[in-house]
Each structure stands twice: as C-alpha cells, then as structure tokens.
Ligand binder design. Structure first.
Ligand code: G4P
Length: 537
C-alpha cells in the first residue's frame, strides 16, 4: 500500500508558470497539453482566443477581457509523470491569486520573452518563489524571432534576480532562423522540421551529433563552426551546478525555444520533468510533514463560488500535502476544529462539473464542494494533528465603500460580499457607525473591484457602485483598547473590523503606518490576520 502510494507521489510534478503578460504562458500551457496528449491539436493563437476558455477560464469577465483571472489546475499524464499545472493569472491585480497558486506548487517555470528578459511581473512573482525557495526553471520563449543576445539576457537575469543561471539547451540558428536546440547534457543537437500548421502539431525532431554530416547539411560548415564557438563560450561561462542548488532555488537551468513553433519544447519538458521535485516534506506547525508516511492532509489555497451557474455552490481547492485522499474519510478543519466528511472530489471541464475519477495523492489538487466550512488557508487533515501555516493575504491597497441603488437587495449584497470575501476576491471590512456597521471592501488592485461589481451583478443580481476611500494600507492590530483607539482616531486612519470581528486600522499611507508601528509599542500590527483559537472562530 505504502509502496504504491510512494510510487504515485514520486511521479507527481506540481508546478506553476510565472511570467509577465504576453510572454507566451497560454501558448506554452497549450503546448504542454498537446505534448501530454490532453488535447489533440493546439489552436492557432487567433482561434485559441475564442476557445481557450474551454480549458481553464471560467468567468465571463475573463472571456470578455481575454485575461485569466482565477487560478485553475490542469492535470495530465506525460511519460509516466502526473503533471499538475497550476494556472496563474497574468494580470498584476491578481497577484494574490498567483501567490496562493505558488503556495501550492513544488516548482515554477519562469517564462521570459527573448526580447524583453525580466519584466515587472516576472520580478514580483520571482520574489515570491524566492521566499518559498521554489526551484525555478527558466524557459526563454519566442526564439523563433531573433531576440536579445542570449548570453546578455542571462547576465541580466542573474544580475536582476540574483539567481545563478546555467544553460541547459541553447538555440541553434541558420540565417537568423531557429532550426533546433543544442542539448548540453547529451552534447547533441535536436533539429526540427517546421510544420505547415503553425505549430498546431508536434514537429519532427532528429537528434544529431555535433560532428555529424546531418548537422553540417542543416547549418553549413560555417554555421557548425559558429555553434562550436558558442558552446565553448558556454563552457567558459560556467559549469553545470549540482542539482541540490537547483532544488534550493539558488540556480536555475535555462532552456531556449519557441512555444509557438514548438521548437525546444520537448527537450525542455523532458529535462524539466526529470529534474523538478516530486512533493516533498512540508513545514507544519509541529515539524515537517512527510508526504508518504503522514496521514491525509492538505490546505485550501483557493475557494471559488458559482463555478457552475446551474449549481449555486462553492468549491474549495485543496492542495494535498500528504497521504491519499479517500472519499468518505473524516478529516478535521484546523481553524474550527470541526469534522469534515471528505466527499467525492469535483473536476471542471468547460464549466461542467463532473466527479473526479482518478485517485488523488500528495501533490494533487482536489476541488471539494463546500457549503461554507472552508476558507483559504485552512488545513484539512485526517486525525487533525497536522496544521500548515496559513496562506498570507496581501495587505489591500485600495479601499471603497459600497453603495446599492435598490435598498431591497441589501440581503443579496451581504451574501455576495460574504461569498466573494471567503473566496479571497476582496477583503470585507466593516466600519462602525451609528446606523450599524458599514461594509468596506479592500483590494490589492482596482481590477478586483471591477470583478466584484461584475460578479455581484451577474451572480447575485445586485447593481452596486463603489466610492473610493482615502486609505492605502491596513493592518490587523491587537493590544490594549485605549491604545488602539488612540491610533485609530488620529488623522488619516480609521478603525474597522473584518468578518470575524478582528480589529484592523486603515492608514492613509505607508508613512503613517510605519510611524504608528514605531511609536505604539503596546500594540502588535499584523499584515496577515493573526491566528485565532478554535473556540474564538
Ligand atoms: P500570455 O498568456 O503570457 O499573455 O501570452 P500568450 O500565450 O497569449 O501569447 C502572447 C502573444 O505572443 C501571442 O500573440 C502569441 O502568439 C505570441 N507568442 C507566444 N509564444 C510565442 C513564440 O514562441 N514565438 C512568437 N513569435 N510569438 C509567440 P498574438 O495573440 O497573436 O498577438 P499579439 O498579442 O501579439 O497581438
């Protein structure tokens, strides 16, 4: 039993792709699906724009704006591996969702555009991976076009991100056109035949030696000479570091290729899957939790309401960290201490909800139908002995008061706000007032507000508008009531409560916040909601 569990867990590869918008994440994802046999042919970009929602986008807003808003999970088998690809939203306003997806990942692919290198969003997401010490594999995309000098680009990555880069595959060109990649491990060149269908199918690849006649025929004698010189330069630039430094997130293997034409994608995928880690021990509140020997445990990294418009329900996505998911088993939700009977997990195909068939073990993500007992950050564990540190919330930077036109829809508004707050779309706060608590919404980016209004209207039938408030940061606070009052009533601040009744103070800017933190020694400020005991929640 344990051996088969161990075998299953060791073949899991759970990862996310991090990139700046437009670097080609959707295109690469689609190609991974194509190579994994999950789809038969990849659409061209134009037709893909119309159909891509079939695989990972659920919300109408996403379709209208052509951006991926919610993180989703795609899984498929490839060469004996079970791949769990956590989709991450590209838009910066959804960095919180992305952050949560990265909490659930065991490694990350950093996708760069060969003309742009490191961009703002790459930088932000990289810093999250760094904090989590996630192993990072770099894919330099769009090499079918001539881009920045590859060595210069890698220098930039090393300097900007402080990670050691080493080339694993190198672009091979003829007259400026990408014709293959040189694989440093095998010291062979993979030559590709261009497909006539703009990369919808896999191109034929031939592996040839550096001194082969095939390579000379493909590149010409001078082309082979140039490639040899480039390879010598790579050897001078550095030797391949040990796998341990890759697994610690200190060094990143780099692969060149083109997601559009598929050149280099197979070479990348094979090496990546061989090197990327299977689920390993995770830090729990009482020490490390072994994925194989510990009982079932996992944590909720995402909650989404109304995924299937015909069923008004919510799905909590649980990343399994140890053991096997057994439907019918009883687990404990750490935050509440309550028992939860594990139901058959759900899967989603083009918005349709279906029962998930295959077995789920550590490394997998299961979607659990939930009637309000689970929240982002909750640990669910058989035996209730395991608890993972919560999923931190980004402190919101935008705050607004919400107004509705039709006062009779107030109940619907309250329900919608509560659900969307539980999903983590917004932070729901209440300001005390003589007429009762006034709801205030907080968000990391203003696009979250657009999503809020849109979903309130579509899913709860509430037309609402927002009046922005002049605050830009918030902290949970604990300490003597008088000291809290003193800070909260000062100029540029406001006292509010969250949905659990925990106190927060809103600040008009970072400076006022820092001053309060420095001056009020009796108070403790938290940028993550402080943990509460079971009985208090
Ligand atoms: P994203 O999810 O990271 O935002 O990127 P996406 O895959 O949607 O790709 C963004 C654009 O880059 C697309 O262009 C896509 O075809 C192109 N692209 C992706 N991979 C490659 C590649 O390997 N080579 C080249 N040359 N292009 C690539 P688009 O939607 O047609 O048009 P536009 O956005 O350029 O107008």
């Amino acid at each position: 039993m344990t051996t088969s569990l161990a075998r299953e867990i060791r073949r899991r590869r759970t990862f996310a792709i991090i990139s700046h918008p437009d670097a080609g994440k959707t295109t690469l994802t689609e190609k991974l699906l194509l190579y994994g046999g999950a789809i038969r042919s990849a659409g061209s970009v134009k037709s893909r724009r119309a159909t891509r929602h079939a695989t990972s986008d659920w919300l109408d807003m996403e379709q209208e704006r052509g951006i991926s808003i919610t993180a989703s999970v795609l899984h498929f088998d490839y060469q004996g591996f079970r791949i769990n690809l956590l989709d991450t939203p590209g838009h910066q306003d959804f960095s919180e969702d992305t952050y949560r997806a990265l909490m659930a990942a065991d490694s990350a692919i950093m996708l760069l555009d060969n003309r742009k290198g490191v961009e703002t969003q790459t930088r932000k997401l990289f810093s999250v991976c760094r904090k989590r010490r996630l192993p990072i594999f770099t894919f330099v995309n769009k090499c079918d076009r001539v881009g920045e000098d590859p060595i210069g680009l890698l220098d930039d990555v090393q300097r900007e991100l402080g990670i050691d880069c080493f080339v694993s595959t190198w672009p091979v060109r003829r007259d400026g056109h990408l014709v293959g990649v040189y694989d440093r491990d095998s010291a062979r060149v993979l030559l590709y035949e261009r497909t006539e269908d703009h990369g919808q199918s896999k191109p034929r690849a031939t592996s040839v030696a550096l001194d082969s006649t095939e390579l000379e025929a493909a590149l010409g004698a001078s082309g082979v000479d140039r490639l040899r010189q480039e390879i010598e330069l790579l050897e001078v630039a550095g030797t391949v570091p040990d796998l341990a430094s890759v697994l610690r997130g200190e060094a990143s293997p780099v692969y060149f290729g083109s997601a559009l034409t598929n050149f280099g994608v197979d070479a990348f995928l094979e090496r990546f899957l061989a090197l990327a880690p299977a689920p390993s021990a995770r830090e729990g509140s009482d020490g490390m939790v072994d994925p194989i020997t510990a009982p079932f445990s996992g944590f909720v990294f995402k909650v989404q309401a109304n995924m299937d418009p015909r069923h008004r329900d919510r799905v909590a996505f649980v990343r399994i960290c140890s053991g096997r998911f057994e439907p019918g088993a009883e687990a404990v939700v750490s935050r509440t201490g309550k028992t939860l009977r594990l139901a058959q997990p759900q899967e989603f195909m083009a918005r349709e909800r279906v029962h998930s068939e295959g077995e789920a073990v550590a490394g997998d993500v299961v979607g659990l139908l939930d009637r309000g007992s689970l929240r982002v950050g909750d640990t669910v564990a058989v035996g209730g002995q395991i608890e993972y540190p919560g999923v931190p919330r980004f402190s919101p930077e935008h705050f607004a008061q919400i107004r509705i036109e039709d006062a009779l829809r107030r109940k619907h508004l309250d329900r919608g706000l509560r659900h969307l707050a539980e999903e983590g779309t917004i932070l729901l706060l209440f300001a005390p007032s003589i007429t009762g608590p006034v709801p205030i919404v907080g968000a990391v980016g203003t696009l979250q507000f657009d999503v809020l209004l849109d979903r309130l209207e579509r899913e709860y039938g509430v037309k609402a508008r927002l009046e922005s408030l002049p605050f830009h940061c918030a902290r949970w606070v604990t300490g003597p009531a008088a000291a809290i009052q003193k800070v909260a009533t000062a100029y540029g601040r406001r006292e509010v409560e969250d949905a659990d009744g925990a106190q927060l103070i809103l600040f008009d800017n970072e400076w006022t916040l820092q001053r309060s933190v420095e001056q009020e020694k009796d108070l403790t400020f938290y940028d993550v909601q402080p943990r509460r005991t079971n009985s208090a929640s």
